[in-house]
Ligand binder design. Structure first.
Ligand SMILES: Cc1cc2nc3c(=O)[nH]c(=O)nc-3n(C[C@H](O)[C@H](O)[C@H](O)COP(=O)(O)O)c2cc1C
Length: 387
């Protein structure tokens, strides 16, 4: 297998594929399964200090299926952060790093707007041996009701302050701020995170949504005791939004580290995130619905892509599609320029630069259409000219 490794903020990922914070990384047992399956890193399920109240409901997931194929294209959750005491997480972090010293383990943290609490969480995670941090400024449901998660991510001042607090307590370990897409311009909180000293940003978390209404009962889904709340939308349908937001951050801050997230189902999607500027790619819902083994195809697809396009390594392809984004105004200019070139090339003055038979062929609309050979030449003369 080709070398798929990438160094991001001093963390050496054996491949850029990372399990995104959520059920696939919710305790030491499942994190070990991710590593055994071949993922380069895991962002653990978000944790908080033990006295933060977390009570999950059930059911808490809903699926959106394609009308004809029944394939799951969208997924909504109203799940909270980890309901496990932080002491259990400290034990898990130690156990995982002891068993998998070369795999990258990132702690995902969430707390209230308190320097003391964020720094306690950070210091204790450093002591337990994690490689880096992701700050959850982006959970769109549940905790925003108490001023946490996306409520902070929508306030650039808070993003900057918390990032600075965590960075000061992280003992040199890298800190990624995970941004919410539930905002007008993602570049604003991204700039705030970098102003606070973030080493990178992760984007996107889930999009606030209502996955559907049960037409028999009139109740929203997922239905808990007859009621529901809007939740976080993920899976295949969100990939275009994730790609757009990663591209916006990458163009705004060239060379910054971005962990791209949202709807990755296969190597095509993962490669797309790398091409618009992500240096790692996280997968959460894909792993839940397709299984941890989906990483095999991610690795095979990326290795083939690198070889086909002759990229020396993964880093060399990061952001390779960014130069092809421009403004709509510029697209119009490019097209006008092209049209002018074509018109100029067809003027009589240009006859004589090639063999006359080639010049005749170039101006013939059905030159290669065998079906009209021997037909009425008038029909080809009447064909509309290419614009
Ligand atoms: C059931 C579920 C639970 C999640 N829990 C967390 C979480 O605890 N912390 C977090 O930062 N993101 C959480 N996420 C968001 C994912 O990490 C990811 O940002 C989002 O789902 C988009 O990626 P995906 O389409 O690959 O799932 C969760 C997502 C799902 C589906």
């Amino acid at each position: 297998m080709a070398d798929l490794s990438i160094d991001v903020n001093g963390m050496k990922f054996e491949n850029p594929f990372v399990i995104g914070s959520g059920p696939p990384g919710t305790n030491a047992n499942v994190i070990a399964r991710c590593f055994e399956a071949g993922w380069g890193g895991v962002v653990a399920k978000t944790c908080a200090l033990t006295d933060t109240e977390v009570i999950n409901v059930s059911p808490r997931y809903g699926k959106l299926r394609a009308a004809k194929s029944n394939e799951v294209i969208g997924f909504q959750n109203i799940e909270l952060i980890s309901d496990r005491p932080f002491e259990d997480w400290e034990a898990d972090f130690r156990e995982i790093k002891a068993s998998y010293p070369n795999k990258i383990l990132i702690a995902s943290l969430m707390e209230s707007f308190s320097e003391k609490r964020w720094q306690e969480l950070t210091r204790r995670s450093v002591t337990a041996g994690v490689d880096g941090f992701e700050l959850n400024f982006s959970c769109p449901h549940g905790h925003p009701e108490t001023g946490m998660g996306a409520a902070m991510g929508q306030n650039p001042m808070m993003v900057e302050a918390v990032t600075r607090w965590v960075k000061a307590a992280a003992d040199g370990r890298p800190v990624w701020s995970k941004l919410t897409p539930n905002i007008t311009d993602i570049r604003v909180p991204a700039r705030a995170a970098f102003a606070g000293g973030a080493d990178g940003v992760s984007a996107i978390n889930t999009i606030l949504s209502i996955i559907g209404i049960d037409l028999k009962t009139l109740r929203p889904v997922p239905t808990v005791e007859g009621h529901s709340v809007p939740g976080g939308y993920s899976a295949q349908a969100v990939k275009p939004i994730g790609l757009r937001m990663v591209q916006e951050i990458a163009l705004d801050r060239p060379g910054c580290e971005i962990s791209g997230i949202g709807g990755v189902w296969n190597s095509t999607g993962a490669i797309e995130f790398l091409l618009v500027g992500a240096s790692t790619v996280q997968v959460c819902t894909g792993a839940m619905l397709l299984g941890y083994e989906m990483v095999d195809e991610l690795k095979e697809g990326l290795a083939k892509f690198l070889a086909d396009h002759k990229f020396a390594n993964v880093r060399a392809m990061v952001g390779a599609s960014l130069p092809y984004f421009t403004t709509h105004h510029h697209l119009v200019e490019l097209q006008a320029e092209k049209r002018a070139q074509r018109t100029a090339a067809n003027r009589d003055l240009n006859w004589g630069k090639e063999r006359i038979t080639d010049e005749t062929a170039r101006l013939t609309s059905n030159e290669t259409a065998a079906s009209t050979a021997g037909g009425n030449p008038a029909s080809s003369a009447a064909a509309p000219a290419a614009s």
